[in-house]
Design a protein around this ligand. Sequence first.
Ligand code: PLP
Length: 386
Amino acid sequence: MIDPIYLDYAATTPVDPRVQTAMLPYFNETFGNPSSVHCFGQKAEAAVESARETVAAALNCQPDEIVFTSCGSESDNLALRGTALARREKTGANLILTSRVEHHAVSKTAEALANHFGFKVEWLEPDASGVISPETVEAAICRDTAIVSVMYANNEIGTINPVAEIAAVCRVHSVPFHTDAVQAAAYLPVDVRVLGVELMSLGAHKFYGPKGVGALYVRKGTPLLPIQTGGGQEFGLRAGTQNVPYIVGFAEALRLTVEERNERIAHVKPLQDHMIGTVLESIPDARLTGHPTTRLPNHCSFAFKRMDGNLLLTLLDVAGYACSSGSACKTGNPEPSEVMTAIGISREWGLGSLRVSLGLGTTPAQVDSFLKKLPELVEKARKLGK
Ligand SMILES: *Cc1c(COP(=O)(O)O)cnc(C)c1O
């Protein structure tokens, strides 16, 4: 048996051992309910509040602007549902502006708000690289807009959006702006004052923290109704006893990510350059999807003409390489992904997508091994698919 090589860090990352160590005392030693009055509760509450301060320092905001959630998807749901409903109640605004290339946690939520809550959705079109321009937002935003949501960096094609410029447009129109930074936070600056956003979603498992914990930054004064009601936890915005060890893990993972950002970029960027350059050189009818330069430094996404992407994934898996064809949730879907279609990639190319995402555990030897094997597997997938 060969040791499989993991090249799917955009789907999830392993937990940093330092993060795991920080979490451990909060399963047994310090197990109290943060809402309890006694000393057990106080110790747990202190851990949550210390984590909140750590996160606030990393994002350059106030601790009471952080709401801990169960994942990136929940943060996206709270931002969209909570703000759309609160804004409509206050102002009557009824329109949700979001892009065609969002993660399903945003796009399906916008659709649900349209189908079941009477909102209208207007979809912002990306350019061929997947970028949503501030001009596109400016052209669509109006008095009826309840919220604008545009992702910071795309999980499927790696493209980075001009979030600060889009935020500036929204500010002029006094419309709250949400960005899904779940994929971006591993490598891009997350200073919310610089970005100028009202709402920003994060999820720990994309930056070497545990799965099942996320956070939503909510700028003070942003209209937001809770979507999960019950106890008064998280400033009344997210009921439920806090997941203390995971919140501690979230904070430690984010702290390390911000502190070590430059080293992490320095590790993955040369590997990315080598990966993209070699794939385009060594494989006929191959193209890069997403932006050639304004992209996450660990993210490589390709399309191969007349090839079944899912078949290639299986061949790669058997050969010992774990990759993805776009968003992990979409495998098994015989249509090209919405993102491929939105950036104008034809079916002939769009079905043959491949995402190779690198991380802290990726070595030059792993990349070389993959690059050596890929051409023959693409050829094989093309032959088998005929
Ligand atoms: C992974 C991801 C999500 C979902 O986060 P979970 O924590 O897995 O729920 C949302 N948006 C983007 C861009 C992502 O990459």
